[in-house]
Design a protein around this ligand. Structure first.
Ligand code: ZN
Ligand code: ZN
Length: 291
């Protein structure tokens, strides 16, 4: 019994095209988690959602949950051309955090409507529901010390915490209780700007109840570029490895690749990454990973 993870795309900020981007792919962030009971959970809906939809189309039509980390366009743009929205046998539960500028329903319904897209979400054939993730301050520290479960999808238990990023962003931990596997998804995080509370909360989520099997994390920059890009909302790959090591996570997938970082740059980076941590790699679009 296992959990499977498909990388539809892990390019950051905007898509990249052309022969120099074939190895790692140019589509922006969208991943598919398939639980041990075939639960389908899509993490973010960047342009990589097209590849995710191709994988979903090979399976029985039914319910798909789409969980958003935040609503920046590189994590939303794949919604407009998701072919499964135009097929009545599919149903989508779109869920995500509420920030000061709105909830998941506000963000999606603004985008899936004129003038940004000719067809409004209400005219699409698939059933589309919205569920706002609520952060109950009273539930922030449950008695067992583990961060609260935000929602369940059969055996997939999703926890989350806010991470430093302009406008806000959530990182999630997904535990597949049947398979005994766990995954942390932390796209769009600026570790250098964390508060002590953010650091403690995030590391706790990574570590408890046991260190996650896989950490998928934003490694947009290198340490040498950190000062130039301070405040952009992203982390250096070097910091990502330190985070993984302090959380006791051995398998790391680095993503949110900068749009200008071509295959040659990323392959060179991956060699440096592997020298420091054998279980770390750069995420490649089109890749399936068994957890
Ligand atoms: Zn992003
Ligand atoms: Zn962002």
């Amino acid at each position: 019994m296992s959990t499977r993870l498909f990388i539809g795309g892990m390019r950051g900020s905007q898509p990249a095209t052309g022969g120099a981007f074939e190895e790692f792919g140019g589509d922006t962030t969208s991943l598919l988690v398939v639980g041990s009971r075939e639960e389908r959970l899509v993490l973010d809906a960047g342009t990589g959602m097209r590849a995710v939809a191709e994988q979903l189309a090979r399976t029985e039509p039914g319910l798909v949950t789409v969980l958003f980390s935040h609503y920046h366009l590189d994590h939303m743009a794949g919604l407009v051309m998701n072919p499964l929205f135009y097929q009545a046998e599919w149903s989508f539960c779109l869920t995500g955090p509420t920030f000061s500028d709105g909830c998941v329903r506000d963000a999606v319904t603004r985008l899936l409507a004129p003038p940004y897209w000719p067809i409004s979400w209400e005219q699409m054939d698939a059933r589309i529901d919205f569920v706002a993730l609520t952060r109950d301050p009273a539930a922030a520290s449950p008695p067992n010390g583990v961060s609260p479960i935000l929602f369940l999808r059969q055996n997939l238990h999703v926890r989350g915490c806010l991470v430093p990023h302009p406008g806000g962003c959530m990182a999630y931990r997904i535990d597949d209780t049947d398979a005994g596997t766990s995954l942390v998804f932390a796209t769009d995080i600026e570790w250098a700007r964390r508060t002590a509370v953010e650091e403690a909360t995030f590391l706790k989520m990574c570590r408890e109840p046991d260190p996650a099997d896989v950490l998928v994390i934003d490694a947009h920059f290198a340490e040498a570029e950190k000062e130039t890009f301070a405040g952009w909302g992203h982390t250096s790959w070097e910091d990502c490895l330190v985070i993984a090591q302090s959380a006791g996570i051995e398998r790391v997938l680095l993503g949110h690749h900068a749009p200008q970082a071509d295959d040659e740059t990323l392959l060179a980076r991956e060699r440096q990454v592997r020298e420091r941590m054998a279980g770390a790699a750069l995420a490649r679009a089109g890749q399936w990973i068994v957890i």
